[in-house]
Design a protein around this ligand. Structure first.
Ligand SMILES: [Zn+2]
Length: 194
């Protein structure tokens, strides 16, 4: 989220098209647990246009603003198979990954680690995820690629792909833990704190 130049001097130099056309990013509010959009599968993305590319960039900006390492389109109220992941928290531009219509094609090993979700703020729980996964997805141009993730990246892939299928991390918790969290959220919602 580095500021663009704030100089008041008008630039007469021709700027590269990419920079000149880059619109200010939209920061979407994150949809919270209880909204049905989070619990239904997203539609396949079929149109790979500039609008989709801009949406993905807005999702990165929204994710960084919320200090997350992954964000799925249903979490901004859009029920489509699009997710962004960056486990470097925006520090490494090469760590930005856009997953469109993704599928896990290989999984290996198991890691039990605490996990949270931007749509369920304040609650965490231990979830077993594969240590390694290979995901097949499309990029914003519609090109198919495979990407392998390990540990946190594998976890982020699984968590975001779950979102695209309408699945929340709560569903991976024990029934006891899940019901406890659901009860607390219900109470918070009644009190207008959710
Ligand atoms: Zn989540």
């Amino acid at each position: 989220m580095a500021d663009k130049s704030t100089s008041s001097e008008p630039t007469t130099q021709a700027t590269p098209a990419q920079t000149a056309e880059a619109p200010p990013r939209k920061i979407y509010p994150i949809v919270k647990y209880g909204d049905p959009v989070l619990e239904k599968p997203g539609a396949m993305v079929k149109k790979f246009d500039n609008e989709l590319e801009q949406l993905a960039e807005d999702m990165f900006a929204s994710m960084y603003a919320a200090q997350g390492v992954g964000l799925a389109a249903p979490q901004i109220g859009k029920s489509v198979q699009l997710a962004v992941v960056d486990v470097s928290n925006g520090k490494n531009p090469e760590a930005k990954i856009v997953l469109i219509n993704p599928q896990i094609i290989h999984a290996e090993g198991e890691v039990r680690e605490e996990e949270g979700c931007l749509s369920i703020p304040g609650f965490r729980g231990y979830v077993v995820r594969p240590q390694f996964v290979t995901v097949r997805a499309q990029n914003v141009k519609g090109e198919t690629f495979d990407i392998r993730g390990e540990n946190l990246l594998a976890r982020a892939f699984c968590h975001e792909i779950d979102h695209l299928n309408g699945v929340l991390f709560l569903q991976h918790l024990s029934m006891l833990k899940r019901d406890l969290i659901k009860r607390k959220i219900k109470k918070m919602r009644k009190e207008g704190e959710w």
